[in-house]
Write a protein of this length. Structure first.
Length: 200
């Protein structure tokens, strides 16, 4: 198939946020106003992956994979790109869009010499991964997922005001141990197979 596009000029001024919203269809564009400002563009992608990870726990519980859900729930919150990458790596062998996005990220990461900061394309691919998971969660769990995402995006953005001060790298360092607990690959496998609930 055609290569997936990760860089989107609309609906907002944030390419990373646009990549996330693009996976949520036409309604996704209405989740935030077009003039929205992202507080910390360079940390937005990992925050979106954490938002998606929380929904994966609910998806696993919904399909009866309580054991895997409990393992995933014990993971430290995803606070940086490294932790988000570890989480994404679990989807490398997953089929469909989620696996394809993850493999695109891996190819880009290797080609670009593994930068850990200010890599806009990497952030956009990561945000696309998060958006795809949220779309899957909404399909399985219902429309309340979108309301939760809207509330979370309001916390990460401000409407119309200038962007906040850029956070220093020292403030972004992950807490000790963050990102070390790797999700079992079964977690994402189970979540992706959850898209087609079996008949009761």
């Amino acid at each position: 198939g055609a290569a997936r596009e990760y860089l989107h000029a609309e609906p907002t001024r944030s390419p990373v946020l646009n990549a996330f919203l693009s996976e949520l269809g036409a309604e996704g564009r209405a989740l935030v106003p077009a003039n929205v400002h992202v507080f910390h563009e360079h940390t937005l992608a990992p925050r979106l992956v954490e938002l998606a990870r929380q929904r994966v726990v609910s998806m696993l519980l919904a399909v009866g994979r309580t054991d895997v859900a409990l393992t995933l729930a014990q993971m430290p919150p995803i606070a940086n790109e490294r932790a988000a990458r570890l989480f994404m790596r679990q989807a490398v062998h997953v089929g469909g869009d989620l696996g394809a996005i993850t493999r695109d990220y891996g190819r880009h990461y290797r080609r670009s010499g593994s930068p850990d900061h200010d890599d806009q394309r990497a952030g956009c691919i990561m945000a696309t991964f998060a958006g795809r998971l949220i779309a899957m969660a909404e399909k399985l769990l219902g429309p309340h997922v979108r309301a939760e995402v809207r509330a979370e995006l309001e916390r990460l953005t401000s409407q119309g005001s200038p962007p906040a001060r850029r956070t220093r790298a020292s403030e972004l360092r992950a807490p000790q141990g963050a990102g070390r607990a790797v999700t079992p690959a079964a977690a994402l496998d189970a979540a992706t197979s959850a898209r087609r609930p079996r008949g009761r």
